[in-house]
Ligand binder design. Structure first.
Ligand code: SF4
Length: 415
């Protein structure tokens, strides 16, 4: 089979009217749920997206055996107190539940921050017990926790199971042991493999957190990390660039011993690569970039690093810029006017923040006019370009090659 044949086959299968229609319904439903009260699309269940409301409760640095070099939970966790009492817990849960206006598929309480399964058993039991009446009353469906991979074993999982913990998110950060050592994590990549395997064997929904730009990391090492995580096939992934927060070992290293944070451009490239790879593997990336807290926005909190409150939009926008640029390069047109057609849901990502992509495309290809049309039947993250009576199309799932994003599966046709 020639190289182009597989792409052609892919495009033919993907563009069948029935699949397009199903895809459209699925994407429409997912986006609708996302817009309403920030509900999160969870994953695909058959052809329908599930949605969930996650109520976060932060247990800052509880249960951590050491402090990772990048970690400042006072900034990333927001204004939760050091010790969670029943009244704090109830106040938080009720605030979210009372503000909920629409039915969702699943409501979870999430104990984030710290290392949940490293907390002493009596406090774990107490925290889980706070959620018990909410579960018994049918107000929430299950509990979600985040924890370290070296604190997962049968006994700990027995306790989680008993209290209706359904989802366990593992802080893997990298699958390269040298990077984990330099980050002061105190666990190995084998711990991540073991943890995900045990969790899956026991039937827990499993999430993995990754970071890009840790000390000693590189694109090659990050690609390896992505490969390894895809092989483990967790249910979800979260990725964020390494940010240098004040009062951390990383801030010291940045000032005195040569840690160089990633540039924003590199952070976008790495995450773009990962997003496409995970999506191709059927693993939803449920977060890109750190959730902004008020504490993070205080002056001096962020010492350095590629922080942006809308980081995911930057990544998605960059993918569209690649796609549009590839179509322009394929067309080799001298025309100064082109029209792009896309799903209405993709318009803001296509334009980029503050219309940056439009300006860049005009500059790169000497264009005077870029028209943007929408088609509700068009598949999300696909782009059709019309110029001089010809059309060209691509979609971002067409491929990743080497260490950088590349659009493949381009197609042109006479109208
Ligand atoms: S395990 Fe997580 S919460 Fe604990 S110090 Fe490391 S990054 Fe921070």
């Amino acid at each position: 089979m020639r190289r182009g044949d597989s792409n052609r086959q892919y495009l033919e299968v993907k563009t069948s009217p029935t699949l397009n229609f199903i895809e459209k319904l699925r994407n429409d439903f997912s986006s609708w749920l996302t817009r309403i009260f920030s509900l999160r699309p969870l994953r695909l269940c058959g052809e329908r997206a599930m949605s969930q409301l996650i109520i976060p409760v932060f247990i800052s640095n509880r249960g951590c055996p050491n402090r990772c070099v990048f970690c400042n939970e006072k900034k990333t966790a927001g204004d939760f107190p050091d010790r969670i009492t029943e009244s704090t817990f109830r106040g938080t849960a009720l605030k979210y539940l009372n503000n909920k206006r629409r039915k969702v598929d699943r409501i979870q309480i999430a104990f984030y921050g710290g290392n949940f399964t490293g907390i002493d058993k009596s406090y774990q039991t107490k925290l889980l017990g706070f959620a018990k009446p909410f579960i018994e009353e049918g107000l929430i469906d299950s509990i979600r926790i985040s924890t370290r991979p070296d604190y997962i074993d049968s006994e700990r999982l027995d306790l989680l199971e008993k209290f209706h913990v359904g989802t366990v998110e593992i802080g893997a950060q990298s699958m390269v042991d040298e990077v984990l050592n330099l980050a002061g994590r105190g666990h190995s990549s084998s711990d991540v493999r073991n943890a995900v395997q045990i969790l899956k064997d026991r039937g827990f929904e499993t999430g993995v957190h990754l970071m890009v730009g840790l000390p000693g990391d590189s694109m090659e090492k990050f690609e390896y990390t992505v490969d390894e995580i895809i092989a483990l096939h967790p249910d979800t992934v979260r990725i964020h660039p390494t940010i240098v927060f004040k009062d951390t070992a990383l801030a010291e290293s940045y000032r005195h011993s040569g840690y160089i944070p990633m540039t924003m451009a590199d952070a976008i490239d790495y995450c773009k690569y990962a997003l496409i790879r995970f999506e191709e593997a059927g693993i939803p990336v449920i977060r890109l970039g750190l959730q902004t807290t008020r504490e993070m926005e205080e002056e001096g909190s962020i010492v350095a690093g590629p922080f942006h409150p809308a980081f995911r939009s930057l990544v998605e926008g960059s993918i569209f810029l690649d796609m549009a640029s590839s179509l322009m390069e394929l067309a080799k047109t001298k025309s100064r006017e082109v029209t792009f057609t896309l799903s209405p849901k993709d318009v803001s990502n296509f334009r980029g923040l503050k219309n940056q992509n439009i300006s860049m495309l005009k500059g790169l290809f000497n264009l005077a006019e870029i028209s943007v049309k929408t088609d509700i039947l068009q598949k999300r993250r696909s782009l059709v370009m019309a110029v001089c009576g010809k059309t060209y199309r691509t979609d971002k799932r067409s491929g990743v090659q080497g260490s950088r994003f590349k659009v493949q599966g381009l197609e042109n046709s006479q109208p």
